[in-house]
Design a binder for this molecule. Structure first.
Ligand code: SF4
Length: 272
């Protein structure tokens, strides 16, 4: 199948605002599905709530649209019940690591065989631009009109610290890099997390003196450093930067495999 065959073209155009990065990430997902030779029957997109959470409506594969922050437990159940399915979990920063933060750390800790695509736009776009756990300090949002006083999560560091097998980051505008990272993550056994920095010009940009979408894209580009270039930079130069590319790729037995081994052991014990 070609990548456009995965898209429900009768549903286009999408509802996302002009300049939003989500269309680019959807494009990267469809291209990754083509590379992975995913079938419509065997693929499931599991989503939560938020502007990005609605991406499943544009795909022809199976979908489960869950509640806010709960995409990962639903996806875990689907994968354990039918390990043959390719399960892709789509979450935003609010959905994935703020409201859903508890599920995120435990899915990574258990190393469930899922591919999570977390689009980080630094705020809750769908509900009007409130701050999330990834909103950078001092940012202006709907709920921090005089500047945000909390420190923010680094989603990749969170996934690394809690045990994910595969951790990577890209920018939404780098469609082919995002595609490649999704392909690598989906081929990896265990919990794969790909963070995509995706601009929300409507709220985060406007609230932070970046009225034109291009200004927000330039700002994200200034922050991003490819992992290969980081070796040649000093600690001072890397301060405040966000590394892109594959940050973790480790071998570790996934939860489903351990779970099935345990079931067999229990079954043998019953028979003895
Ligand atoms: Fe994208 Fe922000 Fe618009 Fe939501 S509100 S569609 S995140 S630009």
């Amino acid at each position: 199948m070609r990548y456009m065959d995965y898209i429900r073209q009768d549903k286009l155009p999408t509802y996302w605002c002009a300049g939003c990065g989500y269309g680019q990430v959807m494009h990267a997902m469809a291209r990754a599905f083509e590379k992975l030779d995913f079938s419509l029957e065997n693929t499931v997109i599991v989503s939560g709530i938020g502007c990005w959470g609605g991406v499943d409506a544009f795909f022809r594969v199976n979908a489960f649209h869950g509640t806010h922050g709960r995409a990962l437990p639903v996806a875990t159940g689907i994968k354990l019940a039918n390990p043959g399915l390719d399960v892709i979990v789509v979450m935003g920063d609010g959905d994935g690591v703020t409201i859903g933060g508890n599920h995120f750390i435990h899915a990574a800790r258990r190393n469930v065989d899922l591919t999570a695509i977390v689009c980080n736009n630094y705020n809750y776009g769908m509900t009007g631009g409130q701050y999330s756990s990834t909103t950078p300090p001092d940012s202006v949002t709907a709920t921090s009109r005089y500047g945000h006083i909390e420190e923010s999560f680094d989603i990749c560091q969170l996934a690394q610290a809690t045990g994910a097998s595969f951790v990577a980051r890209s920018l939404s505008e780098n469609v082919f890099q995002t595609m490649d990272l999704i392909v690598q993550g989906a081929r990896k056994k265990g919990f794969s997390m790909i963070e995509v920095l995706s601009p929300c010009p409507t709220y985060y940009g406007r609230n932070n003196a970046m009225k034109a979408p291009a200004e927000l894209y330039r700002q994200l580009k200034r922050l991003a450093v490819p992992i290969e270039a980081a070796d040649r930079m000093s600690q001072e130069q890397l301060m405040g930067k966000l590394l892109t590319g594959v940050l973790t790729n480790r071998e570790c037995v996934d939860y489903g495999t351990k779970y099935r081994e345990l079931l067999e052991k229990a079954q043998r014990g019953k028979e003895d």
